[in-house]
Design a protein around this ligand. Structure first.
Ligand code: AMP
Length: 430
């Protein structure tokens, strides 16, 4: 089989690494890829994975490439091309592509769409309203005592959510988005949710339009600093499984959310094939949906794919073809931990082009895989090329062992300005 993965981050490196182990693949490309992806080889024939210099949002060029190479499967990593309708476009040209179509990707692209869907189908979520008028929005925020999350409707580079503690903050957030338009047209409308307290977890479910297969739970670490301090980021680390959510509870949480969601999709003719990734708050009143994403999480993917035992080609093909009911996902019991190493200044401004040392040494440690995100080569020197640079991932007999292994690998790697959280998975070990 000939497969193309679209994207360039740590999630895509993990997808490529796992796909490369499949005996079914004879050629594997990644557009645009990164320095680590370019170093992978196929298990079937030792051929190198090939990076193609086409951006993830350049749908026209990607389509041309897919047709020219007569690809058997295209795997989409990031949310932007999904929101742009890459799946619909490729399907119109008879190509087999994994990911939700544009209508299904609305669950991520529009918070208003998702909130209204949740409410319509009785899926547990925060008390919420959707607004385009600041005065009406402010009255609703006042009903919540100002303790709320104000969310821009559209995609805003992961920055579109402002969590507020009082009315002054809530009014400021409402004005910023609806009047001062800090997120542009992504803020034509907003969702305001009551503030929920509890432990936050990520769920992932692979879907084929009819069946949803729940992954083990994982936990992301969104804030830049230790103890969840500092600004929100794309994610500074993850681990799986989550020990405070037992298997039976996970299934219950999944049923309370996934079953009504699938029924709602069927009733409304939404054909969701791909990953539904709900952000969940485990509140005293039970699990509640904060948001839906419509793609794999980054860095959750790095810990999931180091634990998945199935051939990933079979799994993705079943999701595309509607045959997931015939597949059981099998997970290695060993927990996995991913620690993200980022460029100094991230998620704000940061420098690029800093030489990176020690990745090969880290990769030689047992039970360790360094996934690349923002990396490239200047000549033969590997250098930084983004905010999140590496996802150092390790597994072990238990979570503590996986965590130590990940940090042992992190200690081998250096680049100017590198920073990382020192408490990934600490909540689970407390
Ligand atoms: P979202 O992108 O909607 O998941 O929001 C980003 C982050 O804001 C989440 O990961 C939560 O930490 C926080 N958040 C979102 N909604 C709420 C809420 N209703 N109550 C408390 N925190 C929230």
């Amino acid at each position: 089989m000939k497969i193309l993965v679209i994207g360039s981050g740590g999630r895509e490196h993990a997808l490529v690494w796992k796909l490369a182990q499949s005996p079914q693949i004879t050629r594997l490309w990644c557009a645009p890829g990164n320095a680590g992806i370019a170093e992978e080889h196929l298990a079937s024939n030792q051929a190198p994975v090939e990076c193609v210099n086409i951006g993830a949002e350049d749908l026209g060029q990607l389509l041309g490439f897919a047709q020219e190479q007569r690809l058997d499967l295209i795997v989409v990593g990031p949310d932007n091309p999904l929101g742009m309708g890459i799946v619909d476009l490729f399907q119109q040209h008879g190509l087999r592509i994994w990911g939700p179509n544009r209508r299904a990707a609305q669950f991520e692209a529009s918070k208003v769409f998702t909130q209204e869907f949740l409410d319509r189908h009785g899926i547990p979520t925060a008390r919420a309203g959707t607004f385009s008028d600041p005065a009406t929005a402010s009255r609703f925020a006042a009903e919540l005592g100002g303790r709320c999350a104000v969310k821009a409707d559209g995609l805003a580079l992961g920055k579109g959510v402002i969590v507020c503690k009082d009315m002054a903050q809530a009014d400021h957030a409402i004005e910023d988005i609806l009047a001062r338009r800090i997120f542009g047209s992504a803020g034509d409308k907003i969702v305001i949710q009551e503030y929920l307290e509890g432990m936050e977890i990520s769920l992932h479910a692979l879907c084929d339009g009819q069946t949803a297969r729940l992954f083990p739970a994982s936990q992301d670490h969104k804030r830049a600093g230790d103890n969840d301090q500092g600004p929100n980021t794309g994610g500074m680390g993850a681990y799986s499984p989550v020990p405070f959510l037992r298997e039976a509870e996970l299934v219950r949480v999944g049923n309370q959310i996934l079953e009504p969601w699938l029924r709602g999709c069927r009733a409304e003719g939404i054909d969701f094939r791909g990953i539904l990734y709900p952000g969940i708050m485990l509140t005293r009143q039970g699990p509640k949906v904060l948001e839906f994403n419509a793609r794999l999480g980054d860095p959750e993917t790095q810990v999931y794919l180091t634990r998945l035992e199935n051939d990933l080609v079979d799994v993705l093909a079943a999701s595309v073809d509607g045959t997931l009911d015939r597949i059981e996902l099998r997970w290695r019991p060993e927990p996995a931990v991913c620690v993200v190493m980022a460029s100094g200044g991230y998620p704000g401004a940061y420098a690029k082009g800093k030489p990176i040392a020690g990745v090969a040494e880290a990769n030689q440690l047992p039970d360790t895989k360094v996934f690349h995100a923002g990396t490239t080569y200047h000549g033969r020197q590997m250098v930084t090329n983004g905010g999140r640079v590496l996802g150092v991932t390790a597994w072990g007999a238990d979570l503590a062992a996986a965590q130590s292994a990940a940090y042992r690998a992190v200690a081998k790697i250096q680049f100017d300005g590198a920073f990382f959280r020192r408490d990934i998975a600490a909540k689970a070990l407390r």
